[in-house]
Write a protein of this length. Structure first.
Length: 185
């Protein structure tokens, strides 16, 4: 849809995981610097997109307009539990229609997971913000993208035509940084 800028956001462990083996984001993957970066980005976004198991769980979350991917409906419907959310089944209708129904025709769309949702947009991201916690390992955890751990998150982004920009340090004590991966114009 013209006028939409699609950005992805995730923090991963050194082994490319966004959650532990129980599919829960553990405390050791949560850092104040990354939380501030993520919160500010979502506060600027016009629409948040995520799967039914993902959610940012922040103070401003109820104010954010969102599209939630689910297979529990045929196409698209208002979320009965959240007036600012639209439920969307990608098998039933297009992303553009979901955005239209959510009332977003232009602006920034923030994709926040999970892995299958990230994978759906891999060829559509304008920028993917990859935060990394190099001192954290989550063996047997949930990979951030389809194809991890066979390939690193960086290899997958590069394979989809994206190139890294300059990393920004979010937590020097723990080596946590965020790197913008951008699509070549």
């Amino acid at each position: 849809m013209p006028g939409l800028r699609i950005e992805g956001y995730v923090i991963v462990s050194a082994d490319g995981m966004l959650a532990n083996a129980d599919r829960v984001m553990p405390e050791e993957l949560k850092f104040e610097g990354d939380k501030r970066f993520f919160t500010a980005a979502l506060d600027r976004a016009d629409l948040i997109v995520h799967g039914r198991h993902s959610h940012e769980g922040q103070a401003n979350s109820p104010q954010r307009k969102r599209v939630v991917l689910t297979r529990s409906i045929g196409t698209i419907a208002p979320d009965p539990s959240n007036p600012r959310a639209t439920l969307w089944n990608p098998a039933g209708t297009s992303f553009e229609f979901a955005c239209e129904l959510a009332g977003v025709r232009s602006g920034t769309v923030a994709i926040i997971g999970g892995p299958a949702v990230f994978g759906m947009f891999m060829d559509r991201y304008d920028t993917f913000w990859l935060s990394q916690a190099p001192l954290v390992l989550l063996p047997g955890g949930e990979p951030c993208f389809p194809g991890v751990p066979r390939h690193s998150p960086q290899e997958i982004l590069a394979a989809h035509g994206m190139s890294p920009g300059d990393a920004q340090i979010l937590d020097a004590a723990h080596g946590v940084s965020v790197t913008p991966w951008r699509r070549a114009a």
